[in-house]
Design a protein around this ligand. Structure first.
Ligand code: DX5
Ligand code: ZN
Length: 219
């Protein structure tokens, strides 16, 4: 699966930017990745619930909301209630991530957990069964266009092993620095869903960039 990140899109034309990655069924973006930043959890500020609500009306692509915010226990369920397909919160920010995952599912979305590059996965492995997606950050969250950090692939491999052995049912997602040079290594490590911002929206033809990443990921 390919999830273009609108962080690298034109925020004045989000509906058009969503259309730009919508191809024929099965050929365009699978999800649209929406980076919500609060200038506290990360040193950057983007958009919040009102923009997500408008975007939900403007596109049929399922929204993959990545909340880089403090106190997601308080703020995240509203994104699920609004109709986001997947709502991902950071384990470093949530007070009670498992309870929050249950609340997200009850509110109608998938529940995702994200780990920053230096956050180990081991302490959270037991709790991963409560989530639908695991978002492994391959850059420090906050900005698009950074370089991929290869060492995070160990976490991908760990999660993939647990999925393969039936110990875990979670979609493994990677976010940060995914492009033509890095997508194959991530695919080999076992990623299911690739977030790409600058590699998609920085391309002359964003839809073609989505298709090219998918082709590279499956070969
Ligand atoms: C970074 C965001 C990413 C970002 C990725 O904090 O979570 O989703 O958009 O951008 P690229 O693909 O350019 O690294
Ligand atoms: Zn993101």
């Amino acid at each position: 699966m390919i999830a273009p990140s609108i962080l690298s899109a034109d925020f004045a034309h989000l509906a058009d930017e969503a259309d730009a990655v919508t191809g024929e069924p099965g050929l365009g973006a699978d999800w649209l990745h929406v980076d919500v930043m609060d200038a506290h959890f990360v040193p950057n500020l983007t958009i919040g619930l009102p923009v997500v609500e408008s975007l939900l009306k403007a596109t049929a692509i399922p929204l993959d909301c990545h909340l880089m915010i403090d106190d997601p226990d308080r703020w995240a369920p509203a994104y699920a209630e609004a109709g986001a397909h997947n709502v991902t919160v950071h384990v470093e920010a949530a007070a009670d991530p498992v309870r929050l995952a249950k609340n997200l599912r009850a509110a109608g979305s998938l529940a995702g957990l994200s780990v920053k590059p230096d956050t180990p996965l081991e302490p959270h492995l037991e709790t991963l069964k409560h989530y639908d997606t695991l978002l492994v950050m391959s850059v420090e969250p906050g900005f698009g266009g950074q370089s991929f950090i290869p060492r995070v692939l160990d976490k991908v491999r760990t999660a993939r092993r647990l999925v393969e052995t039936g110990h875990l049912k979670v979609l493994v997602e990677i976010d940060g620095g995914i492009n033509a040079d890095t997508v194959e290594a991530a695919a080999e490590a076992g990623v299911d869903c690739f977030v790409a911002g600058s590699a998609v929206y920085g391309a002359d033809d964003p839809l073609r960039a989505v298709q090219a990443l998918r082709e590279q990921a499956v070969t």
